[in-house]
Design a protein around this ligand. Structure first.
Ligand code: GLU
Length: 295
């Protein structure tokens, strides 16, 4: 028998959920149900500076109101920092990480100085300033208590994979076969941060490890994360993890035609719930069959 299909919804409690999240969660939920598979919920609350526990409570209430049902216990990333640290140590031991002491401003200044601002995954591509530091300099600055992030040395990571770096394939159910080529990883993603100054692990690291650990077979999420999947595919290769199937769906737009976003105050699911909206009506608006949900 083929292994059961497992999907997940993995919100970050940094703001209230909106209809775009309901759509994403709904697609993942339906996919699991239709295949007789499993649907998991994971709380991506690693960023203590932006995540708030009451937002987790609210999102659990929103999802229950929508008629979603998930397996317990729910994995909360903030309870697993030791596991992420162990993975970082592993990369460090293999010489694939380096400490980066740059502030955002220093990165911008360096980019202005070299006169190029190629686009990377999380903004501009890191120009590699701290990659050049000597081991002695790194040790000295860390010993002096200088705050630092940990960056992936992309060139070293690709080299460590040997021939396999030429075969980082993944499949998106909408966009078809994809390849995270070395060129794309070096020039479009670069030396990404895997541990931030204020958070011991990055989204990219945690999401990749957790999807594998939880046995997720199908990752259904918004197309804003499409480019990040190339990096996740590389991390899967570095850690020897299985490669799930992907389906990056189109993002829902606000009535003014711009992307829904927590930060710009798109109407939240909590508002709709407290206003007494019928969740079945929301599912219909989203083009999903309300009968599939326990509403
Ligand atoms: N936690 C991420 C977010 O809320 C989504 C992670 C994912 O689906 O891979 O944007």
């Amino acid at each position: 028998m083929p292994p059961a299909l497992v999907t997940r919804f993995a919100p970050s409690p940094t703001g209230h959920l909106h209809a775009g999240h309901a759509y994403s969660a709904g697609l993942a939920y339906l996919r699991a149900r239709q295949a007789g598979g499993r649907f998991l919920l994971r709380i991506e609350d690693i960023d203590a500076t932006r995540c708030r526990p009451e937002l987790t409570d609210d999102l659990l209430a929103d999802l229950a109101w929508l008629g979603l049902r998930w397996e317990e216990p729910v994995r909360r990333q903030s309870q697993h920092f030791d596991e992420y640290r162990a993975a970082l140590h592993d990369l460090q031991r293999r010489g694939l990480l380096y400490p980066c002491f740059c502030t955002r401003r220093q990165v911008q200044e360096e980019i202005a100085r070299i006169g190029a601002a190629p686009h990377g995954l999380d903004g501009t591509l890191y120009p590699g300033t701290c990659r050049q530091l000597s081991a002695a300099e790194r040790t000295r600055r860390i010993a002096a208590g200088e705050n630092h992030a940990l960056r992936l040395d992309m060139a070293a990571a690709l080299a460590s994979l040997g021939d396999a770096a030429q075969h980082l394939h993944w499949h998106d159910e909408r966009a078809g076969p994809q390849q995270a080529t070395p060129d794309l990883l070096l020039q479009g993603i670069g030396d990404v941060v895997l541990a931030r100054k204020d958070t011991p692990a990055s989204y990219h690291l945690c999401v990749t490890l957790d999807d594998a650990l939880q046995g997720i077979t199908h990752i259904i999420r918004g197309e804003d994360l499409f480019a990040a999947t190339h990096l996740h595919r590389l991390l899967q290769a570095l850690f020897g993890l299985p490669v799930p199937a992907y389906a990056h769906h189109a993002l829902l737009l606000d009535p003014d035609g711009t992307r829904m976003a927590k930060r710009k105050g798109s109407k939240s699911l909590r508002d709709l719930r407290l206003e007494g909206m019928d969740p079945a009506a929301l599912w219909r608006q989203l083009g999903l069959n309300p009968a599939a949900f326990a509403v």
